[in-house]
Write a protein that binds this ligand. Structure first.
Ligand code: SF4
Length: 213
């Protein structure tokens, strides 16, 4: 059966995501909002499993924002090296922690407006922290997988992550926001891949408009 609409039916999409990926969530280890923030930055272009191996010792060595802010740069780079893109990640984490110390007394702020003022922290990272640490659905997490699938499913025609998120926040019920991102990421990672979407074996095959596929 082929989809007759240009937009995937959202209720069915969510119920099938719930069946395929029950309890989908981020697998990053953390015990404080700062740790979640650091782990989320390290998870870019890296598996959660590898990040967890690195943070097991990292979080002991750097217990607070001041420790990252004042760390020897070369040493911090070596500590972050296994997660890839380590120079950029060192830069981001150190600048972010300096801003936390200078502007927020070393604490992670509790509003989106303050959070996205931190150097290197975009809405995606902030949404992960709000949803995971405070169970506060401030938005829909949009990474490269969510953006690609949203386009193929007809949920958004936008290219920029923030604009895709605007569309998704209208279409997806707020109660589903924190589940939707991680579940779509799993579908994108294992089935609806960038170069070769696996439509034949996909649970959305009969309802997805497959735009651009
Ligand atoms: S794999 Fe195909 S059917 Fe499944 S979500 Fe992607 S484009 Fe749609």
């Amino acid at each position: 059966m082929s989809a007759s609409s240009d937009v995937i039916p959202v209720d069915t999409l969510i119920s099938r995501l719930r069946s395929a990926y029950p309890g989908a969530s981020y697998e990053l280890n953390w015990s404080t909002p700062l740790e979640m923030l650091v782990a989320t930055i390290l998870a870019a272009q890296c598996t959660d499993e590898r990040v967890n191996r690195v943070t097991a010792t990292l979080f002991v060595k750097y217990p607070d924002a001041r420790a990252y802010a004042t760390a020897d740069r070369a040493e911090l780079e070596q500590d972050l090296k296994p997660t890839g893109f380590f120079r950029q990640k060192t830069n981001t984490i150190q600048n972010m922690c300096r801003a936390l110390v200078d502007e927020f007394g070393g604490e992670v702020p509790r509003t989106m407006a303050e959070m996205v003022r931190l150097p290197g922290v975009a809405r995606k990272t902030a949404n992960v922290v709000f949803a995971t640490c405070w169970n506060d659905p401030t938005g829909v997490i949009v990474d490269t997988h969510v953006a690609r699938l949203s386009k193929r499913m007809g949920l958004s025609r936008q290219r920029k992550a923030d604009r895709v998120e605007d569309d998704l926040m209208v279409l997806i019920p707020r109660s589903e926001w924190t589940f939707f991102g991680p579940a779509m990421i799993l579908l994108g990672r294992y089935v609806c891949k960038a170069r070769k979407p696996g439509c034949d074996g996909c649970v959305m095959e009969d309802i997805c408009p497959k735009l651009g596929v």
